[in-house]
Write a protein that binds this ligand. Structure first.
Ligand code: MSP
Length: 512
């Protein structure tokens, strides 16, 4: 059985989920649904990152003990993803005891194999990034992502011999051109590997930070938060049992935003090498969403909350916008206007109209009963079926390349073809001539097949809509009803339901 393991970053449990996080969830959820529908064994992991300086400070600011604080924030993340109907298989928290134990096991293995040493270090630390920055990474003496001067920290700590694995990692990336995708990010990692990467400081003295996983061989220290959080990708899977790990780990696809390429592209694979574990298959890197052309930030007050968008437009419209409006790897822009245009044009007009026209005619001309197809199909009927088959083939190719926008474009071009087929065959005119009633029945039957095909192909992208379509067609949610070849989905006489407005047009009043 073919398998896929899909992961999201673990969100820092110090803030509310926002548009950027929702985007990662929507693309990974779409992929998980897509691969499940294709019969793949699928495991989909998400969760929260709960240790370290950043969280300890946020908890202190809130005046609550860190565990109580992260319990609350982690639950809020989980609630939002549940409300968005994100179909993750497991939600991991880095405070979960099985994770803590596994991180300690890895530390012990790596220590025993001689890849950890004790030493003194001075470096420039950015709490926002939760890592030391090199002089080269700074812009005007500041962290380019958080725009603050890093703090000089000098202390005795444990170090992981990361540098030892540098050449092996570089060779691996050169030999596996799609290890990091898209290519721009692969080049970024290779550029990092052209300079000495040095060793990684993996502990914090408890005198400075207690909120972390204790180093198993020195109780005066806790583990550096990235050395803890990255391991979730393995601990979350091992928690399902060794069999799951063996089955899914070789098919790992990590999804992250572009600001955390270094921990995932350099720290993590070298940690895996030191732990004697195979490397992940792909690191997929997406860009950063801006909002109305501006960087999204709390201080600008322009953060977009996923549940607000859902409440205004519905989850499927939000998903459609995120997937259709962005190019994977690039920086997309969230604009209210573009969302409303997409909604009205693509969903209300193109999709909504097709469904309501077809079902309205079926209802009016045949009381909802599907009519038989003749043995020989007209050429326009064959062309309609072929157009959908072509869209499906294109869609599979685009999904492999994470080109969600093009997969949807392919579906919408078949949808356009179906709308043109309605105009060209003109069943609403033919029905006036009783001699043509048989042909009208056939035309509508083919159109219902188009709707059934849409119900199947849209399901990973717009799950609620796909369910509505199935319900309108009166077909069951099983592989046979959905996958039956074109022309074999409905028995003559099967009753479909009266139309329903799936996407009421959003009028100017809502455009604020
Ligand atoms: N806790 C770490 C990840 C550890 S993974 C083992 C972390 N957390 S985060 O909460 O700061 O970020 C989570 C994800 O949100 C990252 O992938 C980050 O790139 C992404 N995004 C943050 N702002 C974003 C946008 N404006 N747009 C798209 N994604 C954004 O980093």
């Amino acid at each position: 059985m073919e398998c896929i393991y899909i992961t999201t970053p673990l969100y820092y449990a110090n803030a509310e989920p926002h548009l950027g996080n929702a985007y990662t969830m929507v693309i990974t959820d779409t992929l998980a649904r897509y691969y499940r529908s294709r019969g793949y064994g699928t495991f989909y992991l998400t969760g929260t990152d709960e240790h370290g300086d950043k969280i300890a400070r946020a908890a202190a600011d809130a005046g609550v003990p860190p565990k109580e604080f992260t319990d609350r924030v982690s639950a809020a993340f989980r609630r939002v993803w549940d409300d968005c109907d994100i179909t993750y298989d497991h939600f991991i928290r880095t405070t979960d005891s099985y994770h803590v134990q596994f991180v300690q096991e890895i530390l012990s293995w790596v220590n025993q194999s001689g890849d950890i040493y004790f030493g003194k270090y001075a470096g420039l630390y950015c709490v926002g990034c939760e890592r030391f920055l090199t002089e080269k990474e700074l812009r005007d003496g500041k962290c380019p992502d958080h725009l603050v001067e890093p703090t000089l920290i000098e202390e005795e700590n444990y170090f992981f011999r990361m540098g030892k694995y540098q050449d092996r990692l570089r060779r691996h990336i050169e030999d596996h051109p799609d290890f990091v995708r898209p290519d721009g990010y692969r080049k970024e990692v290779l550029a990092m590997l052209r300079e000495p990467i040095g060793d990684l400081c993996i502990s914090r003295p408890k005198s400075r930070l207690t909120w972390g996983i204790e180093i198993p061989f020195d109780t005066r220290y806790v583990t550096y938060v990235w050395f803890d959080a990255l391991i979730n990708y393995v601990s979350g899977l091992k928690y399902q049992g060794e069999e799951s790990f063996q089955k899914f780990w070789p098919e790992t696809q990590h999804f992250i935003g572009k600001d955390i390429v270094k921990p995932h592209g350099v720290f993590w694979p070298t940690m895996l090498m030191a732990a004697g574990l195979p490397l992940y298959k792909h690191l997929n890197v997406h860009g950063f969403w801006t909002v109305e052309g501006q960087k999204m930030s709390k201080s600008l007050g322009n953060t977009v909350a996923p549940l607000d968008v859902k409440a205004r437009f519905g989850m499927d419209a939000f998903r459609y916008f995120l997937l259709r409006e962005s190019v994977f790897g690039q920086d997309p822009d969230y604009r209210n206007d573009s969302l409303i245009t997409r909604y009205n044009t693509d969903l209300a007009n193109n999709l909504g109209n097709l469904i309501s026209r077809v079902l309205a005619m079926q209802e009016k001309y045949f009381a909802g009963a599907v009519q038989p197809l003749s043995a020989a199909w007209a050429s326009e009927d064959v062309a309609l079926r072929d157009r959908f088959a072509e869209a499906e083939r294109d869609l599979h190719g685009f999904m492999k390349e994470l080109q969600f926008h093009r997969a949807l474009e392919a579906l919408w071009s078949a949808l356009d073809h179906a709308n043109r087929y309605v105009v060209q065959t003109a069943p609403f005119t033919m029905i006036k001539d009783p001699a043509k009633a048989l042909r009208v029945g056939e035309v509508l039957h083919h159109l219902l097949e188009a709707v059934r095909t849409l119900a199947r192909l849209l399901a990973p992208f717009l799950p609620d809509t796909a369910n509505e379509l199935r319900a309108l067609l009166g077909i069951a949610d099983d592989a046979r009803s959905l996958n039956a070849p074109w022309g074999q989905g409905f028995l003559p006489g099967h009753k479909v339901n009266a139309p329903k407005v799936l996407f009421p047009r959003v009028e100017a009043a809502l455009k604020k």
